[in-house]
Design a protein around this ligand. Sequence first.
Ligand SMILES: [Zn+2]
Length: 170
Amino acid sequence: MTKCLACEETITKVEKENWDAVEAKDGWIHQGCRDDDLAEPAVQAFYSEGGEDIIGVKGSYCTDIYDYAPELEEYLDSVNWKSSDGWHGCYEGKAPQGWENVIDTWFCGFDGHNIEGLTEKFHEKWSENKERPEFPLIVAFPRTSNLFSTGLEVYVPTDNVEDFTAWLEA
Ligand SMILES: [Zn+2]
């Protein structure tokens, strides 16, 4: 008998045949439960290589990537909850193989607290001016236990670390 990863209700053969339930990494999940899982994801991440962003999200049970980007998939797979005490913590990821973390911080989406220095420069280029460098870039926003703050992780291939600094300063 198949049970839904999220609600633990039984998934019927008919539900599978009608695509009312789909297969996730660790088992089956209802389409509706999957939508709920990805609506408030643990992390939302963007991959770019000069052009359009490829978006990826990871919930508690499912991962969704809206195009092909193996490094983005590798990053999303690495994201885990890290607790700082019994009540607080944040999700955090790891650099894909051959990549490096260049920004690892958090900011308050509510009042812009902690957006300064490197983060401010990055925010201006990436969010405000919608600039995308020629080299590959992963930008991720992992959720934290603080409702108003979000993590910010930026990764580039090791070969492009200096290019990233130059891009940020340009
Ligand atoms: Zn379900």
